[in-house]
Design a protein around this ligand. Structure first.
Ligand code: SF4
Length: 200
């Protein structure tokens, strides 16, 4: 994501760091899911209908930048501001994968049902998504070999923020970041074209 409105601001750094992290997550989860025969049922979006993710400040900034400057979806931005209820405000039944910010979705949404987790004894395990009823993934796996786990990427994500990656509900944090980015964008000079040469 290249956002001229954020050039030279801390948001530019956030976007670069998260793009790198999310690329590594995509590669790792894709390899894990292929190796162990894990897939979500086609067209399913049940997890997003019943769930609001906890996200970090950086992740909220990333989604806000995507909504404001890439997608430019006024209707969705309004929905985020007006949201109430138990489901994710970014869920939309008529979009691919049912997520209106799919390329900018937060870490938990990338890892859920696509990675293992460590139990309290440090053992890597996988459990199927509780909404999955069509056997497109194994119910339970236990690993002796090294596999990608949620914790691997959670530590990396949380190290990006000064507040050690404190988590807040997406529905509470995202409106604040939308406002903050709109404010920052209003201060940064427009960079649409080459500067006019100075006369004289
Ligand atoms: S951000 Fe997207 S993928 Fe994550 S819960 Fe919301 S709609 Fe689902």
């Amino acid at each position: 994501m290249n956002i001229p409105a954020c050039t030279g601001t801390y948001i530019e750094e956030v976007i670069a760091s998260l793009t790198e992290l999310y690329t590594d997550v995509e590669n790792a989860t894709h390899a894990f899911a292929s190796r162990y025969g894990i897939a979500c049922p086609p067209g399913c979006g049940s997890c997003c209908e019943h769930f609001i993710p906890d996200i970090t400040h950086s992740e909220a900034a990333y989604i806000a930048a995507y909504l404001l400057f890439e997608l430019k979806d006024e209707e969705m931005i309004e929905r985020v501001y007006r949201h109430s209820g138990a489901g994710c405000p970014l869920y939309r039944a008529d979009t691919p994968f049912h997520c209106s910010v799919y390329p900018a979705r937060p870490l938990i949404c990338r890892l859920y049902a696509s990675s293992a987790y460590h139990d309290k004894y440090g053992k890597a395990l996988f459990r199927s998504c509780k909404y999955e009823e069509t056997n497109t993934m194994p119910k339970h796996l236990s690993f002796d070999e090294r596999v990608v786990t949620m914790q691997d990427f959670a530590y990396r994500l949380r190290s990006l923020d000064r507040d050690r990656g404190r988590l807040s509900l997406l529905s509470e944090l995202l409106p604040k970041l939308l406002e903050q980015l709109q404010f920052i964008a209003a201060l940064v000079p427009a960079q649409d074209g080459p500067e006019e040469p100075l006369a004289g």
